[in-house]
Design a protein around this ligand. Structure first.
Ligand code: FES
Length: 200
């Protein structure tokens, strides 16, 4: 078992075969992410100490590719590791809660957008607010990170605005397979990075 710690005060363990990002999600302290495939750069972190192994191509911005930056979705730790999370990552994330949810509405939102309403369970103490981010997990285990567009507290619903061309592992599901009454999971709330985009 390998220990991952961050300069921001997080500590979690990585099991055999996990990426660093997957280990953070499993621990309930998800590092901010979106595509989970080494393309969007949102999960980047600076390697302060320890060894890691890259198992897929990392599309790091040119300005970062010469330093000790890594993409946590594309690497596993080989030893205990210390990371400095990228600017925009929260200083210390609140423990995220994983809840089941049901798709209540799927509506077109402009020419290339989709408005998704997710129903949270009746017994739900988690209070989401517009602008917070959360991780949505499909039944097949594919996930994506999204910003909460609106909250309907009376109906216990949260709404997400999705763009067809965004770089998310869940895109295929949302635009070709998703239907009302599908059961998903949400993990959050996650902290909001300073430079978060409006819609995913
Ligand atoms: S590059 Fe890691 S989540 Fe996108």
């Amino acid at each position: 078992m390998i220990k991952i710690s961050t300069s921001q005060g997080l500590e979690f363990v990585q099991q055999h075969g996990q990426s660093i990002l997957d280990a953070s999600i499993a621990a309930g302290y998800p590092i901010l992410h979106s595509c989970r495939s080494g393309r969007c750069g949102l999960c980047k972190a600076k390697l302060v100490a320890g060894d890691t192994q890259c198992y897929r191509r990392e599309a790091l911005p040119a300005a970062l590719s010469q330093g000790s930056w890594i993409l946590t979705c594309s690497r596993s730790a080989l030893s205990d590791v210390q990371l400095d999370l990228a600017s925009g990552q929260p200083m210390r994330m609140a423990k995220a809660v994983k809840l089941p949810c049901v798709i209540r509405q799927l509506a077109d939102h402009g020419p290339d957008g989709l408005l998704v309403s997710l129903q949270l369970p009746l017994v739900c103490r988690t209070r989401y607010q517009p602008g917070q981010r959360l991780c949505v997990l499909s039944a097949a285990g594919v996930s994506g990170t999204y910003q909460v567009a609106a909250v309907l507290p009376e109906q216990r619903q949260i709404q997400l605005r999705l763009a067809r061309h965004s770089d998310s592992a869940l895109q295929h599901y949302w635009f070709t397979e998703a239907k009302v009454d599908d059961v998903l999971s949400v993990l959050g709330p996650l902290a909001v990075p300073d430079d978060a985009a409006g819609a995913d």
